[in-house]
Design a protein around this ligand. Structure first.
Ligand code: CTP
Length: 367
């Protein structure tokens, strides 16, 4: 990796005095470098001492991003803390330097950079995370580079259900399953990356998602059903990745059931809503509905039957017979089936499976 880094001191005292502290450097992919060098102006909003402290962290984040994207960043880092005049001067200097993008961290900087670049084509990319250490910068750069990738999912409203549902027996016990939500969260992230507006209706899971995804946390099938139904009205695409419990106790005990008093017991169960089938029944022309099929045997026959019965446009089939896939795994091995097509994929990380699913969604949107 070819890296230079220097702080502007001495000869640039005028600049330093005006702008608090400015530092510049270059993050390069080195011999693997491909594509463009981006001149980036980063406007931080911390005091000089703090900026000094976090420079190394920012360097490291930019370094990783440059490697990942295969691009070079020539960056200038400013401390924009001060008054509006300071920020205006930073804006003018960045325009004068001919930077390719400006990443302002903090709202006052965003506004002033926007007005400073009004007559230029320079994009202002910003993150709602005003994290001075660098994740805010990386987040903004991610959004910018994602936006350069054309996708048919851009601007589409995508509803995704993910994770298990818990059906309460009493205040401390429930009927549930092993789903972690990883697959649904990976699809949500991939759709977001491709520019979709994502609503993620998530059962009880410990996954985290990007702040741009609208997450609705639910627990039971009833709650997931209500949230999904509401979001379906606005959705262009719905992906049912949740492992919904198929039964719920007929009676919910309001106190903990005591073993000693109860002895052997039988639970009366009632079927829950079939969320996918309900959305399939009300699907409008132009809406796409995707389901999953988790099977232990006769996978393709059962999946084909679900495709038709739930009025789906596509179904992602996974089998519990493939070791190291499905529940609690980071990998999955799927077959994607639609009306008139079947495609079988190798075992791969769920983030990659999500890309295959998003590609198939784009193919459906095109057809
Ligand atoms: N599904 C749903 N609501 C349910 C059950 C399933 O929305 N109550 C959805 C799942 O999210 C998945 C698809 O329906 O997209 C198929 O789920 P799966 O568990 O494979 O099938 P089931 O319909 O539950 O049928 P079975 O358990 O008999 O295989």
């Amino acid at each position: 990796m070819n890296k230079t880094f220097r702080k502007i001191v001495g000869g640039a005292l005028a600049v330093t005095a005006l702008m608090g502290l400015a530092a510049c450097g270059s993050k390069t992919e080195g011999d693997k470098a491909e594509g463009k060098t981006y001149k980036v102006g980063i406007v931080q909003f911390v005091d000089d001492a703090s900026l000094n402290q976090i420079e190394a962290a920012i360097e490291a984040e930019l370094d990783a991003k440059a490697k990942e994207l295969g691009v070079t960043f020539d960056y200038t880092l400013y401390n924009g803390q001060g008054d509006a005049t300071t920020l205006n001067q930073i804006g003018a200097e960045l325009v004068g330097k001919g930077v390719d993008l400006i990443v302002p961290i903090a709202t006052p900087a965003v506004k002033i950079m926007q007005s400073a670049t009004e007559d230029t084509e320079i994009p202002i990319v910003f993150s709602a995370v005003s994290d001075p250490v660098g994740s805010g910068i990386v987040d903004a750069l991610d959004a910018y580079f994602d936006s350069l990738t054309p996708s048919l999912l851009r601007g589409k409203r995508v509803l995704i259900t993910a994770g298990p549902t818990y059906e309460k027996i009493d205040p401390v016990r429930f009927i549930g399953n092993y789903s972690t939500g990883k697959m649904g969260f990976a699809i949500a992230e991939e759709c977001r990356r491709r520019g979709a507006e994502v609503v993620l209706v998530a059962g009880p899971v410990s996954q985290i998602c990007h702040k741009a995804i609208r997450r609705v946390d639910v627990e039971s099938c009833e709650e997931m059903f209500n949230a999904a139904n509401e979001a379906m009205d606005e959705a262009d695409i719905a992906v049912m990745a949740a492992a919904v419990a198929d039964y719920r106790p007929a009676v919910l005990a309001d106190r903990k059931i005591k073993r000693e008093k109860t002895g052997a017991m039988t639970l009366d169960l009632l079927p829950t809503h079939d969320i996918a089938a309900a959305l399939g029944a009300k699907k409008r022309d132009g809406q796409l509905l995707v389901g999953f099929a988790l099977e232990t045997d006769n996978a393709m026959v059962n999946a084909q039957e679900k495709l038709v019965r739930k009025n789906l446009d596509m179904i992602v089939v996974n089998s519990l017979q493939n070791e190291g896939t499905c529940f609690q795994s980071d990998n999955n091995k799927v077959t994607i089936m639609g009306h008139g097509f079947v495609e079988e994929y190798d075992k791969k990380p769920k983030s990659e499976v999500a890309k295959d699913i998003a590609d198939q969604l784009e193919a459906l949107l095109q057809s």
